[in-house]
Design a protein around this ligand. Structure first.
Ligand code: ATP
Length: 210
């Protein structure tokens, strides 16, 4: 039987990946590998002017996520990762290009780098997709109150959700668990967190020695 090493939580901005990753890490005794927004040198500028900073921010995210994957594989602990390298390329970069915020030549260059990297990337043992509709995402983005995220437009979130739906439908690299979080509050309601844990347990028990 396969040994569990890498769980990844994916989903649109504000769906709750970071919080869930932390809670799962605490519950299972896993290591949580989170996305650090404070250290990101481009994010604030990117939200202020997407066409100007799209390529820079994507290169930054791609590199940092590639380093994360290497770290996960080298670690002896089970790691829960907050967002995957696939989302950078298939959701964010693809959406910026489609929306006209990233030029054809920048996107071609980005994809070239991504495809060179992806040959060295192993997929997570289990990918958990937190599916959320726009009103839920907006509420959670407002609740956490990062000033630069006020610039996020509804159509940006909607387009990202459309990319997520397509990507998830065709996701093949590994095991996938989809959880609709629209009606869940896994921070305030212990039964909602247990509901998620039960679903993950079912996947893990059938797949791994845990
Ligand atoms: N490849 C990317 N391109 C553009 N923006 C990105 C990319 N990856 C992450 N981001 C942005 O970086 C920030 C990351 O914040 P955070 O780690 O809190 O995750 P989140 O996606 O916002 O949400 P949550 O943890 O609530 O699910 C968000 O504003 C997110 O949109």
């Amino acid at each position: 039987m396969q040994e569990l090493k890498h769980i990844a939580i994916c989903g649109n901005i504000g769906c709750g990946k970071t919080t869930l990753s932390q809670k799962l890490a605490r519950h299972y005794g896993w290591e949580a590998l989170l996305e650090s927004v404070e250290d990101n040198p481009y994010l604030r500028d990117f939200y202020g002017d997407m066409p100007r900073w799209a390529f820079h921010v994507q290169i930054y995210f791609l590199t940092s996520r590639f380093k994360q994957v290497a770290k996960i594989r080298a670690s002896k602990k089970v790691t829960v990762q907050d967002r995957t390298i696939y989302e950078d390329a298939y959701i964010f970069a693809a959406n910026l290009h489609r929306s006209g915020f990233m030029s054809d030549r920048d996107y071609a260059c980005y994809l070239d780098i991504f495809h060179s990297m992806i040959a060295f990337v192993q997929p997570p043992d289990l990918l958990v997709y937190l599916k959320a509709d726009i009103p839920k995402l907006v509420r959670q983005i407002e609740k956490r109150g990062r000033d630069y995220e006020y610039a996020i437009r509804l159509d940006y979130l909607k387009n990202l959700n459309t990319h997520y739906e397509t990507w998830i439908q065709h996701y093949k690299p590994g095991r996938l668990l989809v959880i609709d979080v629209n009606e869940l509050d896994f921070v305030e309601r212990i039964e909602d967190f247990s509901f998620i844990v039960n679903k993950i347990d079912l996947e893990l028990n059938s797949l791994f020695n845990v």
